[in-house]
Write a protein that binds this ligand. Structure first.
Ligand code: UGA
Length: 448
């Protein structure tokens, strides 16, 4: 018999998982407590930007294989495998993760399950959560049913969410009886047929694999950004340095792009939550290096503001075009976005900031309504004394000086992502600044 799958929480993670499970042939019910979201998704409308996902959502809501509800009663009576995909944001005023959504979702679901079923956690959680939730499930589930809890962390990247869900690098499953793990193998049969590694382990390892992966990625980015600070002072070109060390297969070139740093709904809050959890375990020093990782990351934002001040003399009353506010390209997500943070810092320092982003304007406006949101890239650039590229959307990385010259007031640009060719700009007489490359070293390395 085909498995019926429910997905609790329909944000970036849950909506993607639900639509992809439908694409794999399962009947799927997505649950969200927000009736507006459920209404939109049921109508085949995706409330955020994720390439490839609108098509899947439309396709499967049309066939009826993918439905959405606000009712735990319905989900608990219907599903065989329930995925928990709610958020674990940073707590206000604290580094720890806010577990309210996970706890509430698990409690409500478990209390409403009326047939034998699996609860499979996907959310990123502090180690020890799954074991605590097992007890919670035991205490609220009906005694007439057998409900097992497993942990199966998700590694999808925004912008590639569909690809990563359908063809993941690896699958990790913590806990569960042999039968429960066999059921998850049925869920992931398509990926397993492609020889995707399937790692079975205990609950704690599964939880930790996820946070360890994100902590490693954040560390890798801050590592190269720390060297960017060095080359800014000592001379040198951070891109050449990254290319050269990246050729060592043990190091690898990916996630060594120096720039304005990492943001988003995952890396920043995950390294903070990990430190908080490990401190709770009495290991105050163990993850202390992640505070440095965080600080290096935040200093990159200050560096852009510093460069802008250096170029303009003063920010007050100066017009700055900011290209990109999403935390990365192919996403409309502005959570902890370095770009939006820099734009806000410039604004707070008195600059007249004009922003353009192909997808993230509405989300940015909702967060910082007082910034200027231009209707087009040209509008953002018109009359600006300085242009700052902060998210590497393709339409920005392919920019050439001639495109801007008729619009801007001054030929000055900061490349906050190290994606433009310095020589092209400096040869046209532009003042070109970037992170991790002093203007002189840029000139030297460009002329070689
Ligand atoms: C991250 C992880 O990469 C996923 O594996 C994980 O599943 C996800 O978090 C999660 O926990 O849900 P995501 O937040 O989509 O995915 O973004 P990344 O692609 O990891 O980029 C994070 C940030 O690092 C972006 O702001 C990006 O601009 C920045 N970055 C990335 C750099 O500054 N330099 C690089 O070389 C790479």
């Amino acid at each position: 018999m085909s498995l019926r799958i429910t997905v609790i929480g329909t944000g970036y993670l849950g909506a993607t998982h639900a639509a992809c499970m439908a694409e794999l042939g399962f009947e799927v019910l997505g649950l969200d407590t927000d009736p507006k979201k459920v209404e939109q998704l049921s109508a085949g409308i995706l409330p955020f930007h994720e390439p490839g996902l609108p098509e899947l959502l439309k396709k499967h809501t049309t066939t009826g294989r993918l439905r959405f509800t606000t009712s735990y009663e319905e989900a608990g009576a219907w599903g065989d495998v329930h995925f928990i995909a709610v958020g674990t944001p940073q707590k206000a005023g604290d580094h720890a993760a806010d577990m309210t959504y996970v706890d509430n979702a698990t409690t409500a679901l478990a209390a409403n399950i009326t047939k034998n079923a699996l609860i499979v956690g996907k959310s990123t959680v502090p180690v020890g959560t799954a074991r605590r939730l097992q007890e919670l499930v035991k205490s609220v589930a009906k005694t007439s049913v057998n409900v097992e809890l497993l942990w199966n962390p998700e590694f999808l990247r925004e912008g590639f969410a569909v690809h990563d869900t359908l063809t993941p690098d690896r699958l990790v499953v913590g806990g569960g009886t042999v039968e429960a793990v066999a059921t998850l193998r049925r869920v992931y049969a398509s990926a397993l047929s492609l020889d995707t590694p399937f790692i079975t382990t205990d609950l704690e390892t599964a939880e930790l694999v996820k946070v360890a992966a994100n902590a490693f990625l954040a560390t890798k980015i801050s590592f190269i950004n720390a060297f960017a600070e060095v080359t800014e002072h000592a001379g040198g070109d951070i891109r050449v340095l990254a290319d050269a060390i990246g050729l060592d297969k043990r190091i690898g070139r990916r996630f060594l792009n120096a720039g304005v740093g990492f943001g988003g709904g995952c890396l920043p809050k995950d390294i903070r939550a990990l430190q908080a959890r490990v401190s709770e375990l009495g290991l105050d020093r163990t993850m202390r290096f992640l505070s440095e990782v965080d600080e290096i990351n935040l200093r990159r934002r200050e560096r852009v503001v510093h460069l802008a001040t250096e170029i303009l003399g003063e920010l007050d009353g100066r017009t700055i075009a900011v290209l990109g506010v999403a935390f990365k390209p192919n996403s409309d997500d502005v959570r902890d976005s370095p770009a939006l943070d820099v734009a806000a810092q410039l604004y707070n320092a008195g600059a007249d900031v004009s922003i353009y982003d192909p997808e993230a304007m509405n989300n940015a406006r909702a967060r910082f309504p007082r910034l200027n949101y231009a209707d087009s890239m040209d509008d953002a650039l018109r009359g600006s004394h300085l242009t700052i590229l902060l998210t590497e959307w393709e339409e920005f990385t392919s920019l050439v000086p001639q495109q801007l010259e008729a619009l801007v007031e001054s030929n000055s640009i900061i490349d906050g992502r190290n994606v433009l060719d310095p020589q092209t700009w400096t040869e046209r007489g532009w003042r070109f600044e970037s992170l991790g490359r002093r203007s002189e070293s840029v000139l030297i390395s460009s002329s070689q």
